[in-house]
Design a protein around this ligand. Structure first.
Ligand code: HEM
Length: 505
């Protein structure tokens, strides 16, 4: 019978086993050291968790601080992953155009968030197909065309009535949140909500809560073992977070059910377009797990979350600076007087003749940095950023914040100064190539054209009608909070004072 004693009696066998073990150990050490040496330098932190315990809420600030010590491209061990940080413009410019950096992490960004991935979490050909289809549908139903401008203008008419509160303060954050949800609802579901509709209020609140908790979920993405543990035993306030996901999810499911019942041939919204594509694939017998109701739900959720938080946060930053610097309101209003007047509603083309207004929007993007990092990327093969080697499967984060506050690019970067974009004669606003709030390259933000329309029209429509103020003595701070987006932490209620004819003369 075989026993461990017999094993050790057979000297040649022992020698062979030891030899194999040593060979594997040396090979393992060789590749580990090679991999570590090929990564850009950086702090490695503690065993198992790496640098995670040292990262506070405002991750982008810590990433920026470390770049001052380790250089513009460095590596950070976050949980089980080696993450490469890109923190200056020359390297970022190189990275956003690198096709080997278009993939997403293997693990889901939201561990425990159910089956299936949204297009924001997909890699390779499933991502390409979904991205192509999404842009195609959104373009067909009006994104980038005059249709969307008309729809946003109609929504703004409804929104403006909610600001009219006889000179009493209004919760701007709430009002703008509901209104922006409506613009995305039109694209996704083909209809909007009455601003007092309990469904709209519930979804908007759930979306908000998901947004502010996502940082935490992001941390769990670096420690898959922690996330399974946390989800299994339902630790901390996850029950509430899961509830919020369920609210958004069941609402989207409800919309999908209605669309399936309607069974319309006409594509008027994203759900119609996606269901039509699924049907086409079925008819061609193209059995494809990548196109399913589950993924449609995930995509709609991604558009909902990404399409509302970033736009409303940018509008909140604009309000902060309009109230802090009332002379900026006056200058925009004087452009409104010259180009549009106070009777006609603004059009998106008016922006071409309103350089100062556009400069205010550019500066709000820069100083607010509502997306201070991109969503995590993964290197799909060994590649390079500048002269740095990036091994396959490294995760990569672009720290837009560092570029937006780089004093070499922006003199006095903490100052809100729209004039930095104006040509000498003030006739044009020029956005420099290093201001990329929507990221750049093949995986840039697909909602950029909708966001641009929204920001211009909301800003101009508000100032055409109202002077924005706070109660005397109210502090308006530039402090930020950071979850899904970076937004003002304490935007006070705002007063929208109607502009009278005497003001205009
Ligand atoms: C001010 C407004 C917005 C800002 C600053 C913004 C910014 C961004 C950024 C920085 C990314 C990451 C790109 C990367 O990984 O390099 C992104 C991705 C994305 N955004 Fe936006 N966004 C805005 C509005 C919108 C809107 C209105 C929508 C939809 C209607 C939207 C939908 C998405 C989606 C689905 C992705 C993931 C794309 C992919 O992975 O292929 N965003 N956005």
């Amino acid at each position: 019978m075989f026993s461990i004693d017999n094993l050790f009696e057979s000297q040649p066998l022992v020698n062979t086993l030891i030899g194999i073990a040593l060979f594997w150990l040396v090979k393992y050490l060789f590749y580990t050291i090679k991999r570590i040496r090929s990564l850009p330098a950086g702090p490695w932190g503690l065993p198992i968790v790496g640098y995670l315990p040292f990262i506070r809420d405002h991750t982008y600030l810590e990433f920026d601080r470390l770049s001052k010590k380790y250089g513009p491209v460095y590596c950070l061990k976050l949980g089980v992953y080696g993450v490469v940080l890109v923190c200056d413009w020359p390297h970022l410019k190189d990275a956003v155009s690198n096709d080997a950096l278009l993939a997403k992490p293997h693990a889901s960004l939201l561990p425990g968030g159910g089956e299936g991935r949204s297009l924001g979490e997909m890699s390779g050909s499933p991502w390409q197909e979904h991205r192509f289809l999404s842009l195609h549908i959104l373009r067909d139903i009006g994104l980038g065309k005059s249709t969307i401008v008309t729809l946003v203008k109609e929504e703004i008419d409804q929104f403006l009535t909610t600001l009219d509160n006889d000179g009493k303060p209004v919760d701007f954050k709430k009002k703008i949140g509901h209104s922006i949800v409506n613009n995305v609802s039109i694209l996704l579901f083909g209809h909007k909500y009455d601003l007092n509709d309990p469904a709209a209020i519930e979804i908007s609140a759930a979306n908000d809560e998901i947004g502010s908790s996502l940082n935490f979920a992001g941390v769990m993405a670096f420690l898959p073992w922690l996330s399974s543990f946390v989800f299994k035993f339902k630790f901390i306030n996850l029950t509430r977070l899961i509830k919020c996901f369920q609210i958004v999810d069941s609402h989207i499911q409800n919309e999908i059910d209605k669309h399936q019942e309607k069974n319309s041939q006409e594509v008027v919204d994203y759900i119609d377009g996606y269901l039509a594509e699924m049907k086409k694939r079925e008819e061609r017998n193209q059995i494809d797990d990548n196109f399913s109701i589950e993924i449609l739900k995930k995509n709609a959720g991604a558009f909902y979350g990404a399409g509302t938080a970033a736009v409303s946060s940018t509008m909140e930053w604009i309000m902060v600076y309009l109230v802090r610097y009332p002379e900026i309101q006056d200058k925009i209003r004087s452009e409104i007087a010259d180009v549009i007047g106070f009777e006609r509603r603004p059009d998106y083309v008016d922006r071409i003749r309103m350089p100062f207004t556009m400069a205010v929007i550019h500066e709000a993007h820069r100083i607010g940095s509502v997306a201070p990092n991109n969503l995590l990327r993964r290197a799909s093969s060994d590649t390079k950023i500048g002269n740095y080697n990036i091994p396959k499967d490294s995760l990569v984060i672009f720290n837009f914040w560092s570029i937006n506050r780089d004093p070499k690019l922006w003199p006095n970067p903490d100052k809100f100064d729209p004039t930095r974009y104006l040509t000498e004669d003030g006739s044009k606003a020029v956005k420099p190539p290093y201001l990329i709030p929507f990221s750049a390259g093949k995986r840039n933000c697909p909602g950029e054209s909708l966001a641009n329309v929204e920001l211009f029209l909301y800003l101009v429509c508000i100032l055409q009608k109202y002077r924005v103020k706070v109660k005397p003595g109210t502090e308006i701070s530039t402090e930020a909070t950071f979850g899904l987006s970076r937004r003002p932490s304490n935007l006070p209620n705002l007063i929208f004072e109607k502009i009278s004819n005497s003001d205009l003369s």
